[in-house]
Design a protein around this ligand. Structure first.
Ligand SMILES: NC(=O)c1ccc[n+]([C@@H]2O[C@H](COP(=O)([O-])OP(=O)(O)OC[C@H]3O[C@@H](n4cnc5c(N)ncnc54)[C@H](O)[C@@H]3O)[C@@H](O)[C@H]2O)c1
Length: 384
């Protein structure tokens, strides 16, 4: 069997999620090439080594620049904060490496476009990890839309709600600093909703928005793990949005409302959307990720109502690789699906999806939303 040697940059939240995916992908999916956990890159060698030992990485390294140049590495996986994405991707493309990059693709449209053009020019397989597309229920929604089951799409409404920063004592982690993360709830979770909207409905051509920072100063972070952190006594300014809401006009004629917030008590990872079409509706909430809600307008009068499809049948996307119907999948499976699809694209010389062009188009909408939050006006999305 062919192999794909992977170098993964970042070993914390996404580092662990991606490490697990590389371990699982070839065991569950029939892949033309198997990922090899070659080198895990982290600035703190001892901490990276601990994760490397847990997941079975062959080596650790502290300098990504040396790693991207290695001839025994085929794929560079960027699982570090947004500020680092462009430089790593440009160097990787220059060395002819395939690239998987965490979302959002970059911190600005300019950076995202540079990454897209560099990957195209180098003719390397490139993918941005909007992993929620690869939830079986979401991929099923895509199939149903393409089969015309809800007719012409008229409205999109989404709310991506979290609550992990509601405590004012929660530290100023990198996600709350625009120089590292680009934006707040908007780019962190709103970007996922935008990707889903582009995937399921189509391109967005104009937006009008409102952003808000409720807690403007926080203790500096002394340590972070996943979405948890501890802080010290010194404080610093929050330079990103805590919440963002926006209206959107889709190029195909549909209209949309979006909300992204990390200030919704009780909502942990409530990534919700509902799509209204001329013949029916679809609804999804990641906190119940194995279910897809479906309403058909042509059901007999007196028998109409929302039904809940358990997206765990072998006929549903990705599911046949896993467990019998009804046994359910979790968050980590979305990453394994991404890695499986990426390995197929690399081995077969195909294209991955969503690719850097998609990442850049989502970035153009993020920028238009930020422009509108300042101007108070409708702003057209523009790739210029
Ligand atoms: N797809 C998803 O569902 C999802 C979820 C969470 C995060 N993300 C994305 O993944 C990326 C990483 O987020 P995270 O939650 O894993 O963050 P994290 O803070 O848990 O981990 C960041 C990692 O990057 C490393 N790092 C930071 N700066 C670096 C540099 N200059 N050089 C090398 N390594 C560096 C850190 O040491 C750490 O290992 C971000 O782009 C984020 O938006 C995606």
């Amino acid at each position: 069997m062919k192999t794909i040697n992977v170098a993964l940059i970042g070993y914390k939240f996404m580092g662990r999620a991606h490490s697990n995916a590389y371990r699982q992908a070839a065991a569950f999916f029939d892949l033309p090439a198997k990922p090899v956990l070659k080198v895990l890159v982290g600035r703190d060698q001892a901490a990276a080594q601990q994760v490397a030992d847990q997941f079975g990485w062959e080596e650790v390294a502290t300098d990504w620049r040396q790693v991207v140049e290695r001839c025994d590495v085929d794929l560079i996986d960027i699982a570090s904060p947004g500020k680092t994405h462009r430089d790593i991707a440009l160097a990787a493309a220059q060395c002819g490496k395939h690239i998987l990059c965490e979302k959002p693709l970059a911190n600005t449209l300019e950076e995202a476009k540079a990454m897209w053009y560099a990957a195209e020019e180098a003719n390397v397989v490139n993918m941005v990890n909007f992993n929620y597309r690869r939830t079986p229920a979401v991929a099923l929604a895509k199939q149903m839309i393409e089969a015309g089951e809800i007719g012409e799409i008229r409205q999109w409404r989404s709310a991506y709600l979290q609550d992990w920063i509601i405590d004012p004592a929660f530290p100023l982690v990198w996600r709350l600093q625009s120089a590292i993360s680009g934006s707040g709830a908007l780019g962190d979770i709103g970007a996922h909703s935008l990707d889903l909207a582009r995937y399921l409905v189509g391109e967005i051509e104009a937006v009008t928005s409102l952003t808000k920072t409720f807690i403007t100063e926080r203790p500096l972070a002394t340590a972070t793990t996943g979405l948890s952190a501890t802080g010290g006594s010194t404080r610093g300014p929050v330079t990103v949005d805590d919440a963002a809401i926006w209206l959107a006009k889709f190029a195909g004629g549909a209209i949309g409302t979006f909300e992204a917030t990390r200030m919704a008590p009780g909502r942990r990872n409530y990534n919700h959307f509902e799509i209204s079409g001329s013949k029916g509706s679809l609804g999804f909430n990641f906190e119940r990720m194995n279910e897809l809600e479906f309403y058909r307008h042509d059901d007999p009068a007196g028998r109409q109502g929302w039904r809940t499809i358990q997206a765990t049948e072998p006929s549903h996307p990705y599911v046949s690789a896993w467990w019998p119907a009804g046994h359910g999948l979790g968050y980590e499976h979305t990453f394994t699906h991404a890695v499986a699809d990426l390995c197929k694209a690399i081995a077969e010389g195909g294209k991955a999806s969503p690719d850097f062009a998609d990442g850049a188009k989502t970035q153009a909408v993020l920028e238009a939303i930020l422009r509108s939050a300042k101007s108070g006006a409708w702003e057209k999305t523009s790739m210029a």
